[in-house]
Design a protein around this ligand. Structure first.
Ligand code: 5BU
Length: 454
């Protein structure tokens, strides 16, 4: 048996391939999940893997090694120890404090760096690593991946002019597993179905239009939001974080024509009343925008339900959309008894510096969001499945490193890099000298940024 094949069977026994229904980082569903992380706990297998990789590198002219975070880090480290070629570490995000470096370790511009990736799908996260290394003046000639899911990633990377090789291809490993009778009948069916489907993903897919998105969104309030957006040509939601009703109404009268939604934190309003809500509701109907209550429910289902229907604010009696955290799990949004014309926005990933959510948590929130019909969309700082609307707070024309912890991006970045559908703007509008003009500027910027991505 070939050395490579023998090695694959050894790592397969660690449970690196799982069959079922999985949600990838992006929110895309897949029946096959591949995870090489368990190898990190088997030093002898790590050594074998790094030796196999090094034998397959097309040329040896690299002076540094870097793994795509995080799964490839132990593999890149082993490779460095075996080859005595120095390792550098790429951060997934910079720390937001201290030196703010994206690349850690000792290196200098002009050095050649070998990149190691574990599983390559579209090549998106690999490309992020390449860009960050190149920003530091490093030269990327060679990239090695362990497994190519054969979904277009290798081609995407090659198209960008990089030399990339992979140790295994998915079809090849399935052949090995099938020949050795390692697969159950059901698993073989799943694989055949997966391989037959055209799974190819392109880097930087053009976004789908609001019209196409409307087809994919099943909830009436999600569809309504898109209708308003298309009719008024605005994807701007203004966050009216003001503490008295007079100022909120004054703001709404100035900006109501320019927005598709008004976001509130009703619990910060000193003089909250139903006459205020009735008046706001009336303006929202006249000017055609939705009311979002950014309540961020975060408790168990029964308490969430009480907080929605009772208390001073009786949110469910007037809000079109309410935000909710899923820290308490999928059950937290079951049996909320919300009206059929009210939608939920889950919070997968906040816009703040130092947010605690990791990829695993975000993936789970996206998965739950997709499975619950009341959920119309989510807040996340990444592209998500087309069946969810993506809301992006932390928007400002000028990147402000402010001290209250929000991370701000320009509307262009929100649409280009994060795949946003709606921008949420607060202080940049309501604190400005001319909120009406500012709202118009953000509306235009958001709309232009959307159109540019089509
Ligand atoms: P700002 O003034 O544009 O920073 O206001 C942003 C608003 O969005 C504010 O009401 C926050 O509570 C809200 N927000 C946020 O900033 N980041 C998040 O991840 C979520 C909500 Br969820």
């Amino acid at each position: 048996m070939e050395k490579k094949e023998k090695f694959f069977l050894e790592i397969y026994n660690l449970g690196i391939i799982k069959f079922g229904n999985f949600t990838l980082k992006s929110g895309m569903n897949t029946p096959i999940y591949i995870d090489f992380r368990p190898i990190a706990s088997r030093p002898n297998l790590l050594i074998k893997l790094s030796d196999l990789l090094i034998h397959n590198v097309p040329s040896y002219d690299f002076e540094l090694i870097c793994g795509v975070p995080y799964a490839a880090l132990p593999i890149a480290t082993t490779l460095s120890l075996r080859s005595k070629i120095p390792l550098i570490i790429k951060r997934k995000e910079n720390k937001g404090y201290g030196t703010k470096r994206m690349i850690e370790g000792i290196y200098k511009a002009g050095q050649n760096c070998l990149i190691i990736e574990d599983v390559i799908t579209s090549g998106d996260s690999l490309l992020k690593t390449i860009i960050d290394l190149e920003k530091e003046g490093l030269i990327i000639k060679n990239i090695m991946s362990i497994l190519d899911r054969e979904q277009g990633g290798i081609e995407n990377i090659k198209k960008k002019g990089y030399n990339i090789r992979t140790l295994f291809r998915i079809k090849e490993v399935f052949k090995i597993l099938k020949n050795k009778s390692f697969l159950k009948k059901k698993e073989i069916h799943m694989i055949q179905f997966f391989l037959k489907k055209n799974n190819t993903k392109n880097i930087q897919n053009k976004r789908i239009s609001y019209e196409e998105k409307k087809e994919k969104i099943s909830h009436p309030i999600g569809k309504k939001l898109i209708d308003i957006t298309l009719k008024k040509k605005t994807n701007l939601i203004v966050s009216a974080d003001l503490i008295d009703t007079k100022n909120i109404l004054k703001l709404v009268n100035l900006i109501g024509d320019r927005i598709c939604g008004l976001k509130l934190h009703v619990d910060i309003i000193n003089d909250f009343s139903y006459s205020f809500i009735n008046y706001l509701k009336k303006i929202s109907e006249e000017k055609n925008f939705l009311l979002l209550e950014d309540r961020k429910l975060g408790d168990v289902s029964s308490t969430n339900s009480l907080q929605l229907h009772y208390g001073i604010h009786k949110i469910s009696s007037w809000a079109d959309i309410v935000t909710v955290h899923l820290l308490a799990g999928s059950m937290s949004i079951q049996n909320l008894n919300i009206p059929s014309n009210m939608g939920l926005i889950t919070i997968s990933e906040m816009s703040s510096y130092g947010k605690l959510s990791n990829d695993n948590y975000i993936r789970k929130v996206l998965n739950i969001s997709l499975k619950n019909p009341e959920v119309i969309g989510t807040v996340a700082q990444r592209k998500v499945d087309d069946r969810l609307l993506l809301f992006t707070p932390g928007i400002h024309f000028y990147k402000k490193e402010n001290n209250v912890g929000n991370r701000y991006i320009h509307p262009i970045q929100a649409f280009k890099e994060k795949g946003s559908d709606f921008i949420i703007v607060g202080k940049a509008i309501f604190l400005s000298e001319n909120p009406k003009m500012m709202a118009e500027e953000y509306r235009n910027a958001g709309w232009k940024a959307y159109e540019n991505e089509l």
